[in-house]
Design a protein around this ligand. Structure first.
Ligand SMILES: *[C@@H]1O[C@H](CO)[C@@H](O)[C@H](O)[C@H]1NC(C)=O
Ligand SMILES: *[C@@H]1O[C@H](CO)[C@@H](O)[C@H](O)[C@H]1NC(C)=O
Ligand SMILES: *[C@@H]1O[C@H](CO)[C@@H](O)[C@H](O)[C@H]1NC(C)=O
Ligand SMILES: *[C@@H]1O[C@H](CO)[C@@H](O)[C@H](O)[C@H]1NC(C)=O
Ligand SMILES: *[C@@H]1O[C@H](CO)[C@@H](O)[C@H](O)[C@H]1NC(C)=O
Ligand SMILES: *[C@@H]1O[C@H](CO)[C@@H](O)[C@H](O)[C@H]1NC(C)=O
Ligand SMILES: [Zn+2]
Length: 931
């Protein structure tokens, strides 16, 4: 659906109002979305008067606006000006000579104006052609809405510490909403300078991209704030806030939030300060020399993104800036703060100074921001090991998305991205996560020093300009070591213009020849993915005799249309390809080679094979098994090595992949699986325990996963230990650290007496902080024995419906043995549940449980439910259909993929029992011998 500008009201000079529908004027049949560049903007002088107060009456949440756009023609015979406007009511449009602002050239009347509601293009037909050498001033007077959504100029409310409801006006111009705030040439390449005058109630404060120049009285208890001009920048970076927030910090770096947050933003402030200094040094273009003296970071109670990099005024969702002591100041909260701030700060260079030329190249902004969010942040805060975390958080995650038919290339052809929804399509995790992975691959291959030099040269050449990928590649090529034998054009094409990534197949024969071949990795066979794509593959490897895992320079490149057979000089026991998983592909080893790797992994210190590569081996194996390139018994056999692994990354890869299998096991199969889990988890569980001295941040992260899996499957008396730890914590009056809180609460409540449920419920009722209430309600839902009581409280409204969904999920997700009874309970009470949360949410609950259904009987219950109650669901019926399809798919998949695994578990378990029998026999013999 396209929102149109609604009614274009034209107030002609005489004061008469002509109302007309925008599309009464002729619009070309196939709309052209791109502006021609016959006229270009130089600067915008904007004046806005927003009405935010209850006393503003009918005008509340609207604004008056005026803008002067200074522009010039690039071509002779220019007889039209076309620019963007959307969702604003234009009242007066006139054209002046810029050098003599008094000289009115034309006042536009209805017949001079055409508007296209699809393209948001406003075309003004000129009486006289624009002369080439002059500048002109196009003046608009208009009104608009302070919107309810989270786009353009929008409103947000919060309750202050005295319990009063407060409203702020805040902006999000990206992607294409600057045009809803003022008429403009709303394309990223059409950079201009922006100045703002903003009228506000006296007790409010305004902030804009730039520094405040002056505030002057503006009648009626209002003030007019006048701000300096921005450097030339894209329209999507324009930002301002009207609020009662406080401002603190220095002249150079300020934080703008609600007053009561001031003392909770110290960490955010420190991060920003360090990040700016680090980028200043790294880019050799200090922030202040880019064009603005000040960096302001504002928090909003309601915001569509974690952060938006508006130049000089980065707006964050409050959670990023605010670390509540004892609540949201754990390591993981700080990692979030740190990642987002380092990301947004990177954009000052990558995006704000140097901007993609068009949305089809959006990754040129985001790939860098995501890359530095890990690797610059790692320089500043090494304790988070973000360099390692990148592999599991970004690469393994994006591999799932880049292996199905719906993926997209990083770079799309410019002409294929035109409409608002096509622009939206490029805002994909491919631009961010794959982009960052490809940047990392490039940086490591060419060498970090070369890469850094290339980036500096790129930032310097295109300072305040726009770029295409070719502009970046030009600098990368110039700094790429000439000794490397690689076709860089093919390399860049393969990884940025093609979708997907390959599996490198490694086959070693008895003559020790290594044969390398490739094929694209595709998860959804038959989903339209092109399986013939090939890639220029950089080869890195290490062996037990040449075990430098940190040299990420390619030994050689395999061209996209070739295979390669080679030998390694020094004989080796094991070989690992794709060191640190620095290159964007999976590796499939022949079974003998994989066995040798497993042997190495089982040795002391895993024979020097680092956590990133261990995580890669695990993630690859599980994914190969998922699509039958391997069997699960082989994966779980390989995974046995992990019983001696205590690092976070391999366990992260294990848990996140094992979930896919565990969820699809019947209860009966699960008992076999649990025995296996018991074996591989004994050491890590003991190693981490509930507390541990000298623990690292990654140990703390790992404990969450280890304890939560151990307790979920009732291993190692985990539940009892969780209860004990819980009791001790509350006895000394200390809640456990925010990092471990949800896991501990859930684990203690699961098998615990009613006391645990009750305690959490008391806390829940007293608690004010939303994020903490969510943790508590989730933990309450973990109860294995009192779930029916818990559920009844959801149904009767004792638990507010806002928290219902968070309270229902753990009932089945955290208790595999309760999946069926909970499912039956919910299907039997669907009407009552719908009264609380509505049918669409009930449908979502059913869809989620469907992921855990594993037997034909359970499928039958679902089918019966859909037949019986389907009609109540209205539009959400399609959600139920997804649920049915999911169960069907899962049952079928399990039938095909699991038998060998089950057999392996059985064999393994009975082998274990056999050795116990042997010992018993020996024992009996010895006793007999003594007798
Ligand atoms: C404007 O366009 C819309 C959609 O294209 C159409 O439904 C409507 O009738 C048009 N209005 C006029 C006045 O032509
Ligand atoms: C626009 O320019 C006119 C003079 O041409 C001036 O009177 C008016 O104040 C300007 N408006 C803004 C917002 O700068
Ligand atoms: C914000 O406004 C909405 C709509 O008026 C209201 O439902 C909500 O309770 C308000 N939130 C706060 C925190 O005041
Ligand atoms: C912040 O802390 C300082 C010193 O502890 C205190 O003086 C100040 O009042 C606090 N500010 C707010 C807004 O709580
Ligand atoms: C698959 O990719 C190859 C190589 O780019 C291309 O030649 C071929 O046309 C593609 N096939 C389809 C069905 O798109
Ligand atoms: C890193 O590996 C490359 C490729 O094998 C090699 O040419 C280079 O000498 C190695 N560098 C170091 C420091 O070992
Ligand atoms: Zn970003």
């Amino acid at each position: 659906m396209n929102l149109s500008i609604s009614t274009l009201i034209l107030l002609v000079a005489t004061g008469a109002i002509i109302g007309t529908n925008a599309n009464t004027t002729t619009v070309p049949e196939s709309s052209i979305y791109r502006l021609n560049s016959h006229v270009l903007p130089i600067s915008y002088d904007i004046w806005l008067k927003p009405y935010l107060l209850a006393t503003d009456g009918e005008r509340r949440f609207t604004f008056d606006g005026e803008v002067n756009v200074t522009l010039y023609a690039t071509q002779a015979n220019t007889s039209e000006i076309t620019l963007h406007a959307h969702l604003i009511n234009l009242a007066n449009i006139s054209l002046y000579n810029d050098s003599n602002a008094e000289e009115l050239l034309q006042t536009f009347t209805y017949s001079d104006i055409a508007y296209d509601g699809d393209t948001h293009q406003l075309t003004l037909i000129l009486k006289d052609q624009l002369t080439l050498k002059n500048k002109f001033r196009l003046r608009f007077a208009y009104t608009g809405q302070i919107r309810d959504g989270m786009q353009g100029f929008f409103r947000a409310n919060y309750t202050d510490h005295e319990g009063n409801e407060k409203w702020i006006g805040v902006t999000q111009s990206q992607r294409i909403d600057a045009r809803t705030i003022f008429p403009c040439f709303d394309e990223p390449a059409l950079k201009a300078k922006f100045s703002l005058q903003l009228s506000r109630p006296k007790n409010y404060r305004t902030v804009f991209n730039t520094e405040l120049l002056e505030s002057i009285p503006d009648g009626d208890d209002r003030m007019l704030d006048r701000f300096a001009a921005t450097p030339p920048m894209s329209t999507y970076l324009v930002a301002f806030i009207v609020s009662e927030f406080e401002e603190y910090g220095s002249d150079e770096l300020k934080i703008i939030t609600r007053a009561e947050y001031q003392n909770k933003t110290h960490f955010a402030y420190e991060v920003a300060e360090r990040a700016i200094n680090a980028y200043d040094a790294y880019t050799q273009q200090p922030y202040k020399e880019l064009g603005l003296d000040v960096m302001q970071m504002a928090g909003s109670p309601k915001f569509p993104h974690n952060g938006m990099e508006n130049w000089g005024l980065v707006i964050y969702t409050d959670d990023v800036l605010v670390n509540e002591p004892d609540y949201t100041d754990g390591w993981s909260n700080k990692e979030y703060t740190l990642s987002v701030i380092v990301h947004e700060t990177a954009h000052m260079w990558f995006g704000n100074s140097v901007t993609f030329a068009w949305w089809s190249y959006f990754w040129l902004n985001e790939a860098f921001a995501r890359y530095y969010q890990y690797f610059m942040a790692h320089q500043l805060y090494p304790e988070y090991h973000l360099d390692q975390q990148f592999v599991v958080n970004q690469i393994h995650l994006i591999f799932g998305i880049d292996a199905v038919g719906s993926t997209q290339p990083m770079t799309s052809p410019e002409e294929s991205i035109n409409t608002p929804s096509e622009i939206g399509y490029k805002f994909s995790s491919i631009a961010y996560a794959k982009g960052a992975a490809i940047i990392r691959m490039i940086a490591n291959l060419m060498g970090l020093d070369n890469f850094d030099n290339a980036i500096r040269a790129y930032l310097k050449e295109y300072y305040l300009k726009n770029t295409t990928p070719e502009d970046l590649f030009k600098h990368l090529k110039q700094h790429w070591p000439s000794s490397h034998q690689v076709d860089l054009d093919a390399f860049f094409h393969d990884w940025t213009e093609q979708v997907g990534f390959p599996v490198l197949f490694v086959n070693i024969n008895d003559k020790h020849e290594i044969e390398l071949t490739q094929q694209r990795f595709i998860l959804g066979l038959g989903d339209g993915s092109n399986d013939t794509l090939t890639y220029t593959i950089p080869i890195t490897y290490a062996t037990n005799v040449e075990s430098d895992f940190n040299n990420l320079t390619a030994r050689f490149y395999v061209p996209n249309n070739m295979n390669k057979t080679f030998t390694v000089d020094k004989p080796f026991k094991w070989i690992i390809f794709n060191l640190q998983q620095s290159n964007y592909y999976r590796v499939f080893y022949d079974m003998t080679t994989l066995k040798h790797i497993k042997t190495a992994l089982s040795m002391k210190q895993h024979d020097g094979i680092p956590p990133t590569n261990r995580a890669q081996l695990i993630d690859d194996s599980f994914n190969f098994a998922r699509i039958a390139m391997m069997d699960y018994d082989e994966v779980f056999q390989f995974l046995e090595y992990i019983e001696n692994d205590t690092d976070y990354l391999p366990w992260y890869a294990t848990f996140s992949n094992m979930q896919f299998v565990a969820q699809r096991l019947t209860l009966q199969q699960q008992s076999l699986f649990v025995k296996y889990l018991d074996d591989i988890m004994t050491k890590i569980y003991t190693h981490l325990g509930f507390t541990r001295s000298n623990e690292t941040v990654l140990d703390i992260y790992n404990r969450n996963k280890v304890v939560s899996w151990a307790c979920k499957y009732h291993l190692f008396k985990c539940g009892g230990q969780a209860q004990e730890f819980f009791n001790t914590s509350i006895k000394v009056g200390n809640k456990p650290t925010p990092d471990f809180r949800e896991t501990l609460y859930c684990s203690a409540t699961r098998d615990g007496a009613f006391f645990y449920y009750q305690t959490l419920n008391e806390w829940f009722e007293k608690e004010k902080l939303n994020s903490e209430k969510k943790k508590l309600i989730y933990a309450m839902g973990c109860t294995r024995y009192f779930y029916a009581y818990h559920y009844a409280r959801i149904l009767n409204g004792d638990i507010p419906s806002d928290y219902a969904a968070a309270g229902i999920t753990p009932m089945y997700a955290e208790n595999p043995e309760n999946v069926e009874p909970v499912f039956i309970m919910i299907t039997n009470t669907s009407e009552r549940l719908a009264e609380r949360i509505g049918w669409p949410s009930v449908a979502n609950v059913i869809k989620d449980i469907a992921n855990y259904l594993t037997t034909p009987e359970q499928k039958q219950i679902l089918d019966d439910f859909v037949t019986e109650k389907g009609e109540y669901f209205g539009n959400s019926f399609s959600t139920l259909q997804i649920a049915t399809a999911t169960v069907e798919l899962n049952l079928e998949w399990a039938k095909l993929r699991l038998p060998k695994l089950i057999h392996y578990f059985e064999k393994r378990n009975s082998a274990g029992r056999k050795s116990v029998t042997v010992i018993l026999l020996i024992f009996v013999c010895i006793i007999q011998w003594f007798l």
